[in-house]
Design a protein around this ligand. Structure first.
Ligand code: 5AD
Ligand code: SF4
Length: 444
């Protein structure tokens, strides 16, 4: 078998970009790529750019210039620009920097494999579908352009938390919530276009406090308004901060049928010393107690989290506390990162942990998370779960979708449409997905 090709993604800016990079890696995984963390051995380099920092575009050009030598020794290397700078000045990038093979805007990441194939034929690939104007309207266009039964809907942006490692409060600015009526109107439009699942998006989504008819709404109140929309079947939200996990939101997880049993609740570290230095304003214990309350409301909820290893001055003991917390919570999914300095943030000035120590810790943490993730997936075998089908799979008659718990599920059936929600008996679990049989026939 051929060696898998290697993809190096460099991510700038905010949390949204971090997730987008994961999505790009996922999409390219389907095209036979594995991720690498050095540009040197990559077959493809993607810069996931952020437009908010000053001189962002100039920085992208200087970064791209550095890849010239690499491309000289490796002519097959493909170089792409993604993210907000790509969106804003796609054609200009192509013109100014001939090294660039591909430019892709944030709404087109699912098309990356086709675009990559085009570059392998020696062509340039550009896909930036919408103009960048007012940021919410832009996101709205993005939601409009989205096909398929699932959609993201931005409800809030920015963050006032100032975690010591994070650039979001500086780049995206203070927390701003959109008025509820705009969100509800947009949700109805999405549902009219066939969307059945909406994920409410925000850097600090559970801090939502948008204006409603009778004063500000909490995120839970917004969810209950969305719950009334006929045709909308599923509601999710991401990303939450533990300190904003209000009682009414916890309760909604137990009582709102449309709110899915999956919660992304980053904790970053299990060491109180590190949490304090991160300016997280919660402790490991308060986080664990919070999860107890959430699980009391919705016992089968699947928890997911974010972790940073190698934060400045993190000792082996601190790291162990993170591992202990992971053991205790038992996550169904997690994103984990080596701490990396972001200029201008307080942690960038602190004494740094060695790179190889970070790598070692990341590896151990990911091994633990992978075990938990696999166990959570395997526990689904034999169960009947609802699946929202999204698109055809790789094989004939195969359809893939997501369970309530966000597990990818595939079935082989001839008459399933994108947008169908059907009960599926899970029969198998592989590395990243479940396989099942639709129960429709059995029920007849
Ligand atoms: N270094 C490593 N990881 C970071 N994250 C945010 N900033 C940094 C950084 N400087 C991670 C956090 C956050 C996720 C979106 O990205 O875990 O929750
Ligand atoms: Fe960044 Fe912390 Fe705000 Fe999350 S809560 S966006 S990590 S500052």
């Amino acid at each position: 078998m051929a060696e898998p090709k290697k993809l190096f993604i460099k991510t700038y800016g905010c949390q949204m970009n971090v997730y987008d990079s994961e999505r790009m890696a996922e999409a390219m995984g389907g095209a036979g790529y594995v991720e690498t963390d050095t540009a040197d051995d990559a077959d493809m380099i993607l810069l996931n750019t952020c437009h908010i920092r000053e001189k962002a575009a100039e920085k992208v050009y200087s970064e791209l210039g550095r890849f010239r030598e690499l491309k000289d020794v490796k002519p097959d290397l493909k170089i792409g620009v993604a993210g907000c700078v790509a969106q804003a000045e796609g054609e200009e990038i192509m013109r100014r920097q001939p090294l660039v093979d591909l430019v892709v805007g944030p709404q087109s990441y699912h098309r990356l494999p086709q675009m990559e194939a085009k570059t392998r034929e020696g062509q340039k690939a550009l896909d930036t579908d919408f103009p960048l104007d007012d940021k919410f309207d832009t996101l709205r266009t993005r939601a409009k352009a989205k096909r398929g039964p699932t959609a993201f809907l931005t409800v809030q942006e920015g963050c006032d938390k100032f975690c010591a490692f994070c650039v979001v409060p500086y780049t995206r600015g203070a927390e701003v919530s959109r008025p509820a009526d705009r969100i509800l109107e947009e949700a109805r439009e999405l549902v009219d276009r066939g969307v059945r699942e909406i994920t409410l998006l925000g850097q600090n989504v559970n801090a939502y406090h948008g204006a409603g008819a009778d004063g500000d709404l909490t995120l839970a109140q917004l969810i209950w308004q969305l719950d009334k929309i006929d045709g909308l079947a599923r509601i999710r939200f991401t990303t939450s901060h533990p300190n904003d996990m209000a009682e009414d939101l916890i309760e909604a997880h137990g009582t709102c049928d449309k709110l899915m049993p999956y919660l992304h609740l980053p904790v970053q570290s299990g060491s109180d010393k590190i949490l304090k230095r991160m300016n997280r304003s919660h402790t490991a214990d308060s986080y664990l107690r919070l999860i107890e309350r959430i699980r009391a409301a919705r016992p089968d909820i699947l928890m997911s989290g974010d972790f940073i290893v190698g934060f400045p001055e993190e000792t082996e003991e601190d790291f162990q506390a993170t591992m202990d917390l992971i053991e205790e919570v038992n996550y169904g999914y997690a994103y984990s990162f080596k701490y990396s300095t972001r200029p201008g943030t307080p942690a960038a000035e602190r004494p740094q942990v060695d790179e190889d120590v970070k790598s070692d810790r990341l590896q151990r943490l990911q091994a633990l998370i992978t075990r938990q993730q696999r166990a959570a997936q395997e526990a689904m075998v034999g169960r009947i779960v609802n699946v929202l089908f999204e698109k055809p799979g790789r094989f004939e008659w195969q359809m893939v979708g997501k369970s309530d718990y966000l597990h990818a599920v595939h079935v082989t059936e001839s008459d399933i449409q994108s947008g169908d929600i059907l009960p599926v008996k899970i029969v198998g679990s592989s590395a990243n997905s479940l396989s099942g049989e639709v129960l429709r026939q059995a029920a007849e």
